[in-house]
Write a protein that binds this ligand. Structure first.
Ligand SMILES: [Cu+2]
Length: 144
């Protein structure tokens, strides 16, 4: 399984390379989770910005879902964790990185057109304010 993960991660990074060459954004360690029976899922990754100016992830789309939104988690007044649609997007600081991780900022798939199988790849298009579009295929891995 570890070997497979390594291969999938390497494939994902290679696929991103053309976009990386055009811009300053690098995506590492992307994965997606879909709970059995649920019509939603989420994607996580580390987004690095090698450029001299801040960039911003402003949109995400995928053929697998009717709606893809940038979400974060926030504690409500009554102590419940809520997911919030972050319409202004996520800032990726110059010479820094921004983590999309469980319990924090994430990319949300809503209204799935299909339920991706564990171990398959999901195609995702990310749009950055400055770097433009980055296409990537990310592995479905509910074990993380
Ligand atoms: Cu969410």
């Amino acid at each position: 399984m570890n070997a497979l993960k390594t291969v999938l991660a390497a494939a994902a990074v290679l696929y991103v390379l053309p976009a990386f060459a055009a811009g300053t954004i690098t995506i590492t360690d992307p994965y997606a989770r879909f709970m059995p029976g649920a019509m939603a899922g989420a994607a996580f990754m580390v987004i690095e910005n090698g450029g001299d100016t801040d960039d911003r992830l402003i949109d995400a789309t995928s053929g697998i879902a009717q709606k893809v939104e940038l979400h974060t988690h926030k504690m409500s007044a009554d102590g419940m964790m809520q997911m919030i649609h972050v319409t202004e997007g996520f800032v990726i600081p110059a010479h820094g990185s921004h983590d999309l991780k469980r319990g924090g900022d994430h990319i949300m798939f809503m209204g799935l057109n299909e339920h991706p199988a564990e171990g398959s790849m999901v195609h995702l298009t990310l749009t950055f304010e400055k770097a433009g579009m980055v296409e990537l295929d990310i592995p479905v891995d509910a074990s993380r």
